[in-house]
Design a protein around this ligand. Structure first.
Ligand SMILES: [Zn+2]
Length: 171
């Protein structure tokens, strides 16, 4: 398989997480930037692989990355293949991209106009399960500190508040 690429992008080291993808040129809103490719697998196989990664990550925290993407009700895409350049796109709490399914393919598309040099990011859409294993370093002003889908931010903030040490009076 040939490594995917796009005239819009460049792969570089990132301050967020070792590698990242950056805009090589200005990218207009709604542009299909890069296809998210990988191995098409059944939901059952995807569950098995996710469990393997989860178990491995209990001993080795660097093993936490999951590249499974929901394609439809029956199939997922496992993007953890060497030819999938889109796997280097980092999570962001203030994303400039989204991953959309278009005619049976997953496309990373621009949510807004993106300037040359900006790092591309989308929300990985993780639920709250094991959220502590996925701290976020995206650096956006609204960063919630963990890689969690936006629908769960309210719940996440409640969880974090409950764990704050109780203070008397001041604070
Ligand atoms: Zn963040």
């Amino acid at each position: 398989m040939e490594t995917t690429t796009s005239p819009y992008i460049i792969v570089k080291s990132s301050s967020i997480h070792n590698k990242g993808i950056f805009a090589k040129t200005d990218i207009p809103k709604d542009a299909q930037i890069l296809e998210y490719v990988g191995e098409k697998i059944t939901k059952k196989e995807a569950e098995r692989r996710a469990d393997l990664v989860l178990n491995a990550s209990k001993n080795d925290k660097t093993m936490g990355a999951v590249y499974l993407f929901e394609l439809n009700k029956r199939y997922d895409i496992d993007g953890n293949v060497p030819y999938n350049t889109a796997k280097y796109i980092n999570h962001s709490c203030k994303p400039n991209c989204d991953a959309d399914i278009y005619k049976g393919k997953i496309w990373v598309t621009a949510l807004r106009d993106i300037k040359a040099g900006e790092e591309l990011g989308y929300n990985y859409g993780y639920d709250l399960e094991e959220f502590r294993d996925h701290p976020c370093k995206c650096g956006s002003e609204n960063c919630v500190g963990y890689i969690v889908r936006e629908e769960d931010w309210g719940k996440l903030k409640e969880l974090l508040k409950e764990e704050m040490p109780k203070k008397d009076g001041s604070g």
